[in-house]
Design a protein around this ligand. Sequence first.
Ligand SMILES: [Zn+2]
Length: 321
Amino acid sequence: MRCLIIAIVLTLAAPSFEAQVFQTPAQITAQWHWYAQTGDNLISDIRPKFRKVLDPEDEALESSLEYEIIITGNINAFAARGGRTILTAGLLQIIDSMATVMSAAQQYNKPECLGSYIDYIAQATQNNNWLVMHNQQPMAAAMAFGYWQISPATCGGLTEATFRANKKADDLRELMIYFSLVYLIGHEFSHHRHHDNLFKEVSSEQRHLDALRGLDVSREVTPSEQIVKEERADLFAFRKMIEMDYPPLGAMPVLVFFVGFEGYSPEQSPNADHPAAVLRFNDMIDATAHDSEFMELIQKHHMDHEWKQFVAFGKQLQGTR
Ligand SMILES: [Zn+2]
């Protein structure tokens, strides 16, 4: 996820349907600090486990990396230069919210609530991107618990209290948050490993011009080449998840958010620097089907069933719109 997504989503706390109360800026900042702290603890827990499935050279590289969580509502994750991986509190918040809605959809059999939330959050994110680009204030968007209150038609009956009291639902939510972070750590590690972050993204026209001018273009990357780097990072992350005995399906909260953000569209703009999420799923699935080593890895870790679910989910998304 080297994608530069400037999506700003603020939290909306809605204690009752009639009186929606927006959080104050101080409360919002306090919440981002909480996400940063929680994220930091989870990442510190995951990294030593991740190192166990790396070869000695990669293990040394992983140990040298630093993680930084930025206190902002922007949603982003990327491998920066100097061995730093940057995540934002906004990304952790959205992962939490998606994991909550996905877990509830599964445990309470409310797929329509999940679908409407994906649409809602995608719309809110796109609107906010537009507002920010035009120097206007972004609007507040509801996180899972707030959304349930403002959407009785599709999410009726779901409340924060009942969800938290349901241990199975709460555990599934935590697992999905954990697996989403494992995926992110694996994905960004692949960018560090291949020095993807040392490249500057330019259009193919620009690179052509630079070459004509006699400039060094060996560190320039075109959008289509960047997509190859993204796919390599995805595949690496999923491979490592399987080696850790974690089902890639568990990383859905972060993946589905990006699918929703792109409106389920498998079409890709010519200048997209990362594959449209639906394509990303399906390209990855196709790539693994032809990768006998990967399929053997799945069998070795007894994940055939989980992998089939993942494949079915990808196909389902492709046919959604
Ligand atoms: Zn990436």
